[in-house]
Write a protein that binds this ligand. Structure first.
Ligand code: UDX
Length: 426
């Protein structure tokens, strides 16, 4: 097994460190955030990710997972150094690689000869070369090994991936990294660095395009009077299209799709290609926020001049406590601008008060519905589809429900007296 350093103990870094340790590798995870490292050194995981605490605990028990407060200490005597560091979005839409560059320069003198740096964070095309220039070491190679982790299923995605992608202009370095993943027994694609870096952006952009198309098709169905659920059953029965990743929603969000689609658009533009199709994917998603908010406002104002709307679901999707680029927050902002009073509930108990003073947060789904004119469901937690609509009806001033994820049982809610509206139907 390999001696591996993972730099960055955030969502990707901690998942990567814990999973590599669970595969039997000897892992040390370094982060400059002393408080985060102190908490992890007490075997306490604050990241909301199913199964991560258990995996970190087993790494501690097996003594092959440790945490240190310095990236330099982490890299000493390591054969592989995984960079899992933040690459925030710059104002022009490009990925900011300044943290990666400064860490690469910092660790360079401490890297063992013939060690390999592994770019795990989502980095712009050409980043392998950038990191190689930063370390100024001819005896250390850099490879791209993009992550394809979804929040809420990151451990499963790491240990049961569809594929491993490794990009390097040095075949030996690529094959050494491939050996790390051999125990997983999955397809390993070894290509050049540029292609590997492009795969990550292309995969996310393709998935985002799929969702933008489905959500736009939902609006077409609403306009022509078709039923999206039936249309999608007919369309996705084509084996070339399939049923995965085709659920309509309030739009896509999160810490990756918005950032990565804009970054790819910028990368293409900077390379001389106007990726207008991708620009349409991004703008269509923005229009989805307007469209969903518009339907909620129209419905709510049909029953009251000063309606109160209950919102179930604040995070960007179910299974996470992550509010970054959450469609729910973008829609809530549009609702409050239209004068609606907003009562919110989220199963993770995240609160958005600090982001929007015109909302009131509640600890239970039923409490959030008290005296509301309309209920809007904006994330797909199973808790929402399991609630008895009769209990909800007893709380509300008027019985309107907008199902922004098409996850409720329409017949049950109609039987409880609700006027049910979903996505993709009038
Ligand atoms: C995504 C990619 O899936 C993952 O491979 C990559 O490594 C990181 O970015 P993540 O951002 O965690 O993962 O979320 P994902 O599950 O892909 O959902 C992204 C957005 O699409 C969310 O807002 C989600 O609600 C929405 N979505 C997803 C839909 O609206 N419908 C779907 O069918 C699936």
């Amino acid at each position: 097994m390999a001696k591996i350093a993972v730099l960055g103990a955030g969502y990707v870094g901690l998942t990567t460190a814990a999973c590599l340790a669970s595969m039997g590798h000897d892992v040390v995870c370094g982060d400059s955030n002393k408080e985060k490292i102190a908490q992890l050194s007490r075997c306490s995981v604050s990241i909301f990710e199913d199964g991560l605490q258990e995996l970190v605990s087993s790494g501690f028990r097996n003594k092959n997972l440790a945490f240190v407060g310095s990236v330099v200490d982490a890299v000493r005597s390591s054969e592989f150094i995984f960079l899992c560091l933040p690459t925030p979005e710059s104002s022009d839409g490009s990925a900011d690689t300044s943290i990666i560059e400064s860490v690469a320069k910092e660790i360079s003198p401490y890297l063992s000869p013939r060690s390999v740096i592994v770019n795990k964070s989502t980095l712009p095309v050409g980043s392998v070369g950038i990191v190689q220039d930063c370390i100024q070491r001819r005896d250390v190679h850099v490879v791209s090994n993009p992550e394809f982790l979804r929040e809420g299923s990151a451990i499963n995605d790491f240990l049961h991936p569809d594929r491993i992608v490794i990009g390097s202009d040095n075949t030996y370095a690529a094959q050494r990294v491939a050996q790390i993943y051999a125990p997983l027994g999955v397809k390993i694609l070894i290509t050049d660095a540029t292609s590997a870096e492009t795969i990550k952006y292309a995969a996310n952009a393709f998935l985002a395009a799929r969702l933008s198309f489905v959500n736009a098709l939902a609006s077409v169905c609403e306009a022509v009077g078709a039923k999206l659920s039936d249309v999608m059953e007919g369309v996705s029965s084509d084996s070339r299209i399939g049923t995965h990743f085709m659920q309509p929603g309030p739009g896509w969000g999160g810490s990756c799709f918005p950032k990565d689609t804009k970054a790819l658009l910028k990368i293409a533009q900077d390379s001389g290609y106007d990726f207008e199709l991708l620009a349409g994917v991004i703008s269509s998603n923005e229009r989805q926020f307007d469209h969903i908010a518009g339907r909620i406002i129209a419905e709510a104002k049909s029953v009251s001049d000063r309606p109160t709307v209950a919102i179930w679901g604040l995070t960007f999707k179910a299974g996470t406590d992550d509010l970054r680029e959450s469609p729910s927050l973008k829609i809530i902002s549009r609702l409050t601008k239209s004068g609606l009073s907003i009562q919110t509930y989220d199963p993770t108990q995240v609160d958005v008060k600090s982001r929007n003073q015109q909302t009131t947060n509640f600890e239970t789904a039923l409490a959030a519905c008290k005296d509301a004119h309309l209920l809007a469901v904006l994330t797909e937690w199973s808790e929402f589809s399991e609630i008895d609509p009769n209990l909800v009806a007893a709380q509300m001033r008027s019985l309107f429900v907008f199902d922004g994820r098409n996850v409720l049982n329409k017949q049950l809610w109609n039987n409880a007296g609700f006027t049910y509206k979903g996505i993709g139907e009038r």
